[in-house]
Design a protein around this ligand. Structure first.
Ligand code: SAM
Length: 229
């Protein structure tokens, strides 16, 4: 990872360390509960693949891992994140295997998992290309990748949503967490993250196949699905 990347990783870890104890509450309030539905939808998609093993990367406070555990009770499920305070929240949710690990340098052998999931995590990683390569390395041949992340809706929703994202959300989140900078960062990271077809192209350029996506709530979030090429 380049120096810029290591500065970004340190900054991201610091943001999530500061907001860890209030992360779940703020998520549910600021998304009006839609984040719960989106993770359930993601878990339903994974369930249809009947995987024996799942790696939930950037598992954070573990909410997607919990939904996956319920949807796929027989799968060998591992949650990994590089922010110990976020994992501390996840540990209270009786998740079986939680590992402190950097998604850019995973402590797993190649071909280890039939499914890799990452919810609201890839966007925060210092190098999307390195992260996608590392996820590909630990996926079994033909294994599935599922990404859930924020995007930008199309007009006419785009302008009001941008107003919410850049002006209302950071203020509300600051009131709830005392941490405004983490939520200014959220808005900027959503603006620069590839959206819709652009993300699918990026996945295919990085060794994945059959990339497609499902917009959620008019494109405010999306599920990206692909297989290891
Ligand atoms: C917005 S939270 C998402 C948590 C959870 N997946 C969810 O659905 O709520 C982003 C998480 O990504 C983690 N993260 C960011 N970069 C990472 C990296 N390079 N390796 C591991 N975890 C990372 C952060 O520590 C944080 O817990």
């Amino acid at each position: 990872m380049a120096l810029d990347g290591s500065i970004q990783a340190t900054r991201v870890r610091a943001y999530f360390s500061k907001i860890a104890s209030r992360y779940d509450l703020v998520n549910h309030l600021l998304s009006a509960g839609f984040d719960v539905l989106w993770r359930l939808r993601a878990a339903d998609v994974v369930k249809a693949w009947k995987p024996k093993s799942i790696l939930d990367l950037a598992t954070g406070s573990g909410d997607l891992a919990c939904a996956l555990k319920r949807a796929c009770p027989d799968a060998f499920l591992v949650g990994a994140d590089f922010c110990e305070p976020m994992l501390r929240v996840a540990r209270r949710k009786q998740l079986p295997r939680l590992v402190v690990a950097d998604a850019l340098q995973l402590p797993f052998a190649k071909d280890s998992f039939e499914v890799v999931t990452v919810a609201f995590g890839l966007r925060n990683m210092a190098s999307w290309t390195e992260a996608l390569a590392e996820m590909r390395r630990v996926l079994t041949p033909d294994g599935h990748l599922l990404i859930l992340d924020f995007g930008l809706p199309k007009p006419p929703l785009l302008s009001p949503y941008r107003f919410y994202l850049h002006h209302l959300l950071p203020g509300l989140a600051a009131a709830l967490t005392g941490q405004r900078s983490a939520y200014d960062y959220l808005a900027d990271s959503i603006e620069s993250f590839p959206n819709g077809a652009a993300m699918c192209e990026r996945l295919e350029a990085n060794g994945y196949k059959e990339a497609h996506y499902q917009p959620l709530l008019g494109g405010i979030a999306a599920l990206y699905i692909a297989r290891r090429g």
